[in-house]
Design a protein around this ligand. Structure first.
Ligand SMILES: Nc1nc2c(c(=O)[nH]1)N[C@H]1C(S)=C(S)[C@@H](COP(=O)(O)OP(=O)(O)OC[C@H]3O[C@@H](n4cnc5c(=O)[nH]c(N)nc54)[C@H](O)[C@@H]3O)O[C@H]1N2
Ligand SMILES: Nc1nc2c(c(=O)[nH]1)N[C@H]1C(S)=C(S)[C@@H](COP(=O)(O)OP(=O)(O)OC[C@H]3O[C@@H](n4cnc5c(=O)[nH]c(N)nc54)[C@H](O)[C@@H]3O)O[C@H]1N2
Ligand SMILES: [Mo]
Length: 777
């Protein structure tokens, strides 16, 4: 068996642990990305594909949502405007490996369920619609039209109130708009999405405090900021092009603070492969200050920073608080200032794991900075107190007037390449009345008003038998959601499951009674419809909307675009006389965009503006004019009280994170290069002192057991077997394991306040010697 071929599954015993790398990217990154591309696509396709990535006439990277430089802001695109992990994302999609119907004849579903997501993904692109009928052991091919009829019948039988329509953040704006319109025309707002597990907390906190649930900065703001604070984010792996921006921040004289339990390599030093210094030198040092916070300690940290800023203001009035901004644009400052100066340092040090002098240094940096951008990602949003934490970050920004001016603002760094656009297009279980009314008016419909289920509510509804049909536009619901055992049982219990996918994954092998796989075009591929060759549009993390055109031949002639799949299903389900012109939508995406222009706020003249070379920027009142469309009409200061996570004796707080070689549940390979972990994934990164105190040894095989107070006095336990102990620079009491291997440990009912996001970054666990080893030994 070849080491890299599609036959090879993970052999956890091959684990190698090396020293952590000291600098991110560099030529090594280029070499890795080229190697992967050649292996998956071959030389010709590689040469054709990579130069089009993130270029104006090319396609948007299917990796992260980090923006491209725009002419308007004086940015110019590099010959290669992509990163190592973007190239891997493309190689994964543009691979020449395919999964044909014979594959499903050879492998039963039960057999496939034994495989890892890595092996499933390595098999290649799905090529034909497949169905598993009730009682079948294998998937079999089905004609497209027949598939739509089976699905339409199934949905009608179950009814809209018991159906859930999931979306993953890769769907284009056009596909997303059609999809929400299909769900609502059918009669439900059950539109959960990956964002429920991702930046929902950011949306909730920002809507309440500044009136818009999106980030308020541009690329240029980051590069020209006096200070950029990066919290709970690992950009070297998950947003590598952000490192080029941070390098420019430094070159322009700005400072960087990193707040993270782990010394992530990408935050420390960056060797830019696009310039000579990065290729031959040791690169640019990034973080000026690294605050190694305890998992879950950020709210206490930001409360302390806020209190210190008020004290600095008392000492030198008029130097810290931006009075002009606070008086004219905010609400609640008096209450905030009245309670804000007390700091119980003992408590703060306990909660944050940081020492007073460092917190004071960081607060000074906030106080002295003329323009500050705060960026954050999953290390903040996936906590029980995520929303209060983000509100507290906003308090600090408001105090200093750091919203709506150059070089300043809030920047939730989005995950999936179009997750923000999908929301703009109506993928949300609780879209506001104005949007629903606009749909009614535009299409002469009466869409339902009752709020729908989010991701966790969908799972609960399945558990209770209230949800019986599940349709997924992309993603890997079975592996991405918490509580894997319960989730898989819930999916298997459905009458009907449908997955629109590019590649095989876990969700296909835990099927409902009737289950379909609908293979679709990826973003790299040509999309030919009867109205000619089509392009789609997307929105990045900074509200820039632009076009994306695939250029590769599709992986199979039988693939349909997502828009075509949604439109065809809608015609079959809703009938030919439905008021929405579904057929025209699939023929020519300009027809969809004409409606988007009238329904979606900020999208007037959409068809013309997305044809501009750099697209256009959606309005953002706080950023554009310091207008805050909140309940008070001002930006709101809020009160937030940290409460300590209760950790019984001998227990640890587990965070689940991404390796350098995966895209969420898609495992590209087994090299977490920057952290020095190779060839295996079932590892638990543990502080060396904890290893000793718990009587463990490095390399030992252990089980992770999570403990969850079920609310009625009992403790629920969940076990994930056979992880290897790896000594790592993580704070005492805080351990880390990879997502999705850690997902069986996350209790479905452990969710963030206000956003209902699963708490994937703070699971109370104990570590036990591996049961398997004990049994064998
Ligand atoms: N190559 C690649 N790119 C990706 C993805 C991918 O899987 N692979 N995923 C995409 C998606 S959907 C998303 S949402 C983003 C995710 O991007 P990230 O948020 O960077 O992803 P994670 O690996 O979850 O990293 C979480 C970081 O938060 C830190 N952290 C954990 N707990 C805490 C805490 O309590 N406080 C603080 N301050 N830090 C904490 C962890 O140590 C880690 O550095 O990336 C997107 N881009
Ligand atoms: N424990 C834990 N759980 C987490 C997280 C965590 O940090 N820890 N992070 C959460 C986050 S931030 C997110 S965003 C979710 C991600 O949840 P999802 O978005 O559901 O998961 P992905 O792994 O991104 O989905 C990958 C699948 O999408 C399909 N796909 C890829 N490209 C396309 C396309 O163009 N069209 C279609 N139709 N399908 C496509 C492929 O079949 C692939 O197998 O997971 C969440 N779960
Ligand atoms: Mo995400």
């Amino acid at each position: 068996m070849s080491r890299h071929g599609p036959d090879k599954d993970i052999d956890e015993s091959e684990l190698e642990v090396h020293r952590r790398e000291r600098s991110a990217a560099g030529v090594r990154g280029v070499a890795v990305s080229l190697g992967r591309s050649l292996r998956q696509m071959g030389p010709v396709r590689t040469a054709k594909t990579l130069p089009l990535l993130n270029q104006r006439d090319g396609f948007d990277c299917p990796g992260c949502a980090w923006p491209e430089p725009r002419d308007e802001e004086g940015g110019s695109r590099k010959w290669a405007e992509f990163c190592e992990n973007g190239a891997k994302a493309v190689a994964e999609e543009a691979t020449t490996r395919t999964v044909e119907p014979e594959f499903f004849e050879r492998h039963s579903i039960e057999e496939l369920a034994e495989r890892t997501d890595y092996w499933l993904g390595q098999q290649g692109r799905l090529t034909q619609p497949m169905i598993r009928r009730e009682g079948d052991t294998h998937y079999r091919p089905i004609e497209w039209q027949r598939a739509f009829e089976v699905i339409a019948d199934g949905l009608r039988k179950v009814g809209p109130g018991r159906t859930s329509f999931y979306t993953s953040g890769r769907a284009s704006n056009e596909a997303a708009f059609c999809y929400q319109l299909l769900a609502r025309s059918f009669g439900t707002n059950n539109l959960p999405d990956c964002s429920n597990m991702c930046h929902e907390s950011s949306g909730a906190a920002l809507s309440e405090t500044i009136g818009v649930g999106k980030g308020s900065v541009t690329l240029s703001d980051i590069e020209h900021a006096d200070l950029v604070v990066v919290i709970g984010q690992n950009p070297g792996t998950n947003h590598p092009r952000m490192l080029s921006s941070l390098e420019r921040t430094k070159q322009n004289g700005g400072g960087i603070v990193a707040v993270n339990p782990l010394p992530e390599t990408g935050l420390m030093r960056f060797s830019n492969p696009q310039n000579v210094r990065g290729v031959v030198g040791s690169g640019t040092p990034l973080a000026d200050e690294f605050a190694q916070v305890r998992v879950g300690g950020d709210l206490a940290l930001f409360k302390a920073i806020g209190a210190l800023l008020l004290r600095f203001e008392d000492e030198a009035p008029g130097t810290v608080v931006d009075r002009e901004f606070v008086d004219n644009h905010t609400h609640g400052f008096r209450e905030f200032a009245a309670r804000g100066r007390e700091i119980d340092w003992q408590e703060v040090e306990r909660l944050t794991g940081l020492e007073q002098p460092q917190i004071e240094r960081v607060a000074r940096m906030f106080a002295e900075s003329r323009s500050t951008v705060v960026c954050w990602a999953m290390g903040i949003t996936q906590h029980r107190q995520a929303v209060p934490t983000i509100r507290e970050i906003v308090n600090v920004q408001l105090l200093r007037g750091m919203i709506g001016k150059p070089g300043a603002g809030v920047c939730p760094v989005r995950g999936h390449s179009n997750v923000q656009g999908d929301r703009t297009m109506g993928i949300w279980e609780r879209m506001p009345e104005s949007f629903l009314a606009a749909l009614d008016e535009e299409f002469a419909l009466s869409v339902p008003r009752r709020p729908g289920w989010d991701t966790v509510e969908t799972l609960r509804a399945m558990r209770e038998g209230e949800c019986a049909a599940f349709f997924a536009l992309g993603g890997n619901f079975a592996a991405a959601t918490p509580d894997s055992a319960a989730t898989e049982a819930a999916l298997r219990g459905c009458e009907l499951t449908v997955q629109v996918s590019t590649k095989l994954n876990r969700s296909h092998v835990v099927p409902g009674r009737t289950a379909l796989i609908l293979p679709t075009l990826g973003r790299t591929e040509r999309d030919r419809q009867s109205g000619g060759e089509q392009f789609v549009t997307v929105e990045d993390s900074m509200s820039v909307v632009h076009a994306s055109r695939g250029r590769l031949e599709p992986a199979s002639p039988d693939l349909l675009s997502e828009v075509a799949i949604v439109s065809e299903l809608a015609r079959t389900l809703l009938g030919e006389d439905h008021p929405v012109p579904w057929r025209a939508f699939a023929e020519d995406y300009d027809r969809i965009r004409e409606h988007i222009a009238r329904v979606v706020p900020g999208c007037a003249d959409y068809n013309n503006r997305v044809r501009e070379p750099d697209g256009f920027v959606l309005p953002h009142p706080p950023r554009d004019s310091r207008t805050f469309p909140t309940a008070t009409g001002k930006a709101n200061f809020t009160e937030n009280v940290p409460d300590m996570i209760h950790l019984p004796e001998g227990r640890l707080l587990l965070q689940s994170l991404r390796s350098h070689d995966q895209y969420n549940t898609t495992i590209y390979g087994l090299s977490d290069r920057y952290r020095g972990i190779e060839n295996a994934r079932r590892v638990v990164l543990t502080n060396p002192t904890d290893i000793a105190e718990l009587g463990l040894v490095e390399g030992q095989s252990v089980d992770l057991v999570s403990e969850w107070a079920d609310g009625s006095g009992g403790i629920e336990e969940r076990r994930a077997e056979s992880f290897r102990v790896v000594a790592y620079e993580t704070p005492r009491g805080c351990v880390a394991a990879y997502y999705p291997e850690a997902n069986p440990l996350v209790p479905l009912d452990s969710v963030a306040e206000y956003s209902n996001t699963p708490v994937s970054k703070a699971v109370v666990v104990r570590i036990e010697p591996s049961r398997r080893e004990v049994r064998q030994g």
